[in-house]
Design a protein around this ligand. Structure first.
Ligand code: F6P
Length: 368
């Protein structure tokens, strides 16, 4: 009887509970034991009560819960080999044949490293007498599959990460709220949204709310953005618009790699010798990440969770670490490290101010 463990890692995202529910139930349905590792890699390193067997009813009602009920952490111990040794030992002691990890690119990169090191970790555990050769014998290969849970939608090779549409909905809702008060006072608002180095949330949030202007890292404004924005806002105001909404990604920068802050945009809009608008800054913050998952994320979590269990059951020692993607509405297994490498290349292209290249690599035509 195979034992499949499920874990959530890194920043939480709406839909992670749906993933855990789907994996637990699919594993049981396939005649396997389902286990949950609590608190991400931290739980794998600590073992004991952090690793628990789950039954069908344990995940009842989880689809409509926000965050991740099995906890998550950004674990420092796992960055050290000593931490990974403990994690490997706990996997063997718990008889775990396969591990499904739902997290962002950092968590999934950590997973791939763990898999690569696996044989040498087992060797060391035997050499130091922590485990007996007979104990490690059945676990020669680490069977591992990733699911991308992140509100940022920043991983290459998949159209949507689990949670990004919930965060986008939240951004939209919050901007709608702000618009009512902005119109009442004829004010301008500079709204900062999350996304780390990725402008997807800001861009789609801006498109979905009809913002006057959007700042994203992948397509920095021209050097004369101040003049351009002044003229645009003036035009909108002259046509009778009583509100001005600017959406700025937390990673926004200019063409020279200098950060553009909400304060800089506010200064321009409020400039007494220019537009002289009564301007406020709103940082949406973690409301974007919390709350329940929208229907799309629940569906994605369920379909991808089921596919992840299938993938670990069908894996052979030769199978590369894969992750579950959605491309053109189809659930697909893809090699994990290729997607991680491409994601890193986008970050490098932005850093090197090769914006055209970064936009082409972003997998979405909207960036143009
Ligand atoms: O990756 C998800 C994310 O919410 C980013 O959008 C943001 O930059 C970061 O995590 C915030 O991290 P923390 O919750 O640790 O402050």
């Amino acid at each position: 009887r195979k034992r499949i463990a499920i874990m959530t890692s890194g920043g939480d995202s709406p839909g992670m509970n749906g993933v855990v529910r789907a994996c637990v139930r699919m594993a049981i349905h396939m005649g396997c034991d389902a286990l949950c590792v609590y608190e991400g890699y931290e739980g794998l390193v600590r073992g004991g009560d952090y690793i628990r067997q789950m039954e069908w009813h344990d995940v009842r009602g989880w689809l409509s819960e926000g965050g991740t009920l099995i906890g998550t952490a950004r674990c420092m111990a796992f960055f050290e080999r000593a931490g990974r040794l403990k994690a490997a030992k706990n996997m063997v002691l718990n008889g775990i044949d396969a591990l499904i990890i739902c997290g962002g690119d950092g968590s999934l990169t950590g997973a791939d490293r763990f898999r690569e090191e696996w044989p040498s970790l087992l060797q060391e555990l035997v050499a130091t007498g922590e485990l007996k050769p007979a104990q490690v014998e059945p676990y020669q290969h680490l069977n591992l599959v990733g699911l991308v849970g992140s509100i940022d939608n920043d991983l290459s090779g998949t159209d949507a990460t689990i949670g990004c549409y919930s965060a986008l909905s939240r951004v939209c809702e919050m901007v709608d709220y702000i618009e009512a008060t902005a119109t009442s006072h004829s004010r301008a608002f500079v709204i900062e949204v999350m996304g780390r180095h990725c402008g997807w949330l800001a861009l789609m949030g801006g498109v979905a709310t009809g913002a006057d202007s959007i700042f994203i890292p992948e397509k920095p404004k021209r050097d004369d953005w101040r003049e351009e924005m002044r003229a645009l806002v003036e035009k909108h105001r002259k046509s009778g618009k009583r509100k001005t909404i600017v959406i700025i990604a937390e990673g926004a920068q200019d063409r020279h790699g200098h950060k553009i802050t909400p304060e800089m945009v506010k200064d321009l809009l409020a400039d007494k010798n220019g537009l002289a608008l009564d301007t406020r800054i709103t940082t949406l913050g973690h409301v974007q990440r919390g709350g329940t998952a929208v229907a799309y994320d629940r569906m994605l979590a369920t379909l991808q969770g089921v596919e992840a269990v299938r993938a670990v059951l069908e894996a052979t020692p030769e199978t590369k670490t894969s992750f579950i993607a959605i491309t053109e509405n189809k659930i697909a297994r893809k090699p994990l490290m290729e997607a991680v490498q491409e994601t890193k290349s986008i970050a490098k292209a932005i850093e090197a101010q090769e914006f055209e290249k970064a936009m082409t690599m972003r997998d979405t035509e909207f960036y143009d």
